[in-house]
Ligand binder design. Structure first.
Ligand code: ADP
Length: 375
């Protein structure tokens, strides 16, 4: 392929850039997905109509150079270096998969996009094609939803705390007057408000899990975490509030460390352990075990409880899903959804095996990290 404007040689199977651009226009121009094609030198060969709209390029006067000069930012506002632009990443042999970026349009407004790309060759010339989807509105709606939940939960918490405190005072004064039946009524109010607080906390946690998976979080620092210590501390805490210690932790000599925000590991384990306690008889054991190979640490939480029917297993990790095992037990169907979001946010996977009437075993695997694998 020659320089810009090179005409096709009669009888040759090689295509001129003009011909290539015409073919690409025919294929990509009217796709609803935005597509940009870049040659091996990183010069933009083609950008389709949807792409021009996202980039804010005028439909009549745009040129490929305008497309090249669009400023790209990471979602946190940091500029994307020239060599890290999606097409150049592809040409450098790196992958571009669900990469989230902001495009600064020619009028200064910004659009949030998700990019996916691949290399391809025509006439032996390597090129990079990047497809990008405008997710600005999706993000705006999601932020609104999360703001709404945060505001509502904050506004609900304070009056609930007042109700609970006043009901406790009322209970004590009724008891002091020997009005035990009325005191029981006040106790019901306290318990109901506690239940409501837990439901609100569940909603807030699910919002937090969504936020963490949707964007990079700088709020919580990522560190190397010893999962074994997290599990032992949690088991001790939960055993203390049970009539007897039901949770035991078994681990090999040394469990490799994992990398992430410590609260996330606690969140995963706490959700699985509290379910194991909740959905099994009062005195039955709950066992946490660790296994590992060079790449993965796998944690197992095993109970001898009610179990889950096979047809319900595929839906178990969905938001607000409650299986028949949950009937008669308090819950809102968010614990496993949050655990799954957190595990996946840490690059791992979570799954379950269960036999109805005999018990359930939840597993999650996380990538092993050492100081040497951090960068
Ligand atoms: P919740 O416990 O609040 O209902 P979860 O998302 O933690 O929500 O769990 C979803 C459903 O999965 C529960 O309602 C219950 O039916 C089932 N479940 C979870 N863990 C267990 C378990 N260890 N044994 C039996 N059923 C379970």
């Amino acid at each position: 392929m020659g320089g810009p404007g090179t005409e096709e040689t009669p009888g040759s199977s090689r295509k001129s850039p003009k011909r290539l651009a015409a073919e690409m226009t025919a294929i990509f121009e009217n796709l609803s997905e935005a597509v940009i094609v870049v040659d091996a030198l990183g010069d933009v060969l083609f950008i389709n109509r949807a792409g021009r709209e996202i980039a804010g390029l005028s439909s009549s006067t745009w040129s490929v150079h305008d497309a090249d000069s669009n400023c790209l930012l990471y979602p946190d506002g940091q500029p994307v270096a020239q060599e890290d632009r999606p097409a150049l990443r592809l040409l450098a042999g790196k992958s571009v998969k669900n990469l989230e970026l902001m495009v600064v349009r020619t009028d200064g407004t910004q659009r949030r996009v998700t990019c996916n790309g691949a290399l391809f060759a025509i006439n032996g010339k390597v090129m990079a094609a990047v497809a990008f989807r405008d997710v600005t509105e999706v993000y705006r709606m999601e932020e609104l939803r999360q703001d709404l939940i945060r505001t509502m939960s904050h506004d609900l918490r304070n009056p609930l705390a007042v109700i609970s405190a006043q009901a406790q005072i009322l209970k004590r004064s009724l008891e002091a007057k020997g009005l035990s039946h009325e005191a029981m009524g006040a106790d019901v109010i306290t318990k109901a408000s506690l239940r409501m607080s837990r439901l609100i906390e569940g909603l807030v946690n699910s919002t937090r899990a969504d936020l963490l998976n949707g964007s990079r979080s700088d709020a919580d620092e990522k560190v190397l975490v010893d999962l074994d210590s997290v599990a032992r501390a949690l088991a001790e805490k939960l055993n203390m509030v049970q009539p007897e210690a039901r949770i035991s932790v078994r681990s090999p000599m040394e469990t490799p460390k994992v990398f992430g925000e410590p609260f996330r590991f606690e969140q995963i384990l706490e959700n699985l352990l509290s379910n194991a306690l909740k959905y099994s008889p009062a005195h039955s054991p709950v066992l946490v075990t660790f296994t590992h190979d060079d790449s993965w640490v796998t944690v197992t939480v095993k109970d001898e409880g009610v179990g889950i029917a096979p047809e319900e297993l595929p839906k178990l990790f969905s938001r607000f899903y409650r299986a028949s095992s949950g009937a008669g037990t308090e819950g809102i169907g968010l614990g496993l959804y949050i655990a799954k979001s957190a595990v996946e946010g840490l690059g791992g996977r979570i799954w379950v095996e269960s036999v109805l009437g005999q018990g359930s075993t939840f597993y999650f695997s996380l990538p092993v990290r050492t100081d040497n694998t951090l960068h």
